[in-house]
Design a protein. Sequence first.
Length: 122
Amino acid sequence: MADDVIITLQQAIEISRNWAETGWPVTFGPRNVEVSSLEQAQALPKNFVFRDEAVNYWRQAKLTGNDAADSGEKAMTALKSGNPGAAADALYFSQYIEQPFAGYSRLWRDLYETVKGLVIKV
């Protein structure tokens, strides 16, 4: 089971590190202009009133995704060394960090629940 979780963790780390590039549908302004990535936000015309908001949103997604992935890497190291308790602690932090984007991603929450289940079984 731990090997499956490690593979899933590796995938989650990659996904999380690319949140700002792969994105998800988010709308800005009263006209609900969809901007689904940092690249799209930066490509908006300079005179688009909500450009700064969109760019800042996606920059925050990038930072948050990287922070969650860093903690995910700690969880992976802990699992590989046979310490599911430390892995659960690291994933708790990842899912906590993910909360502002939980409407778009439950990546870390689901992994935390899985690893927490391993701790309870031990």
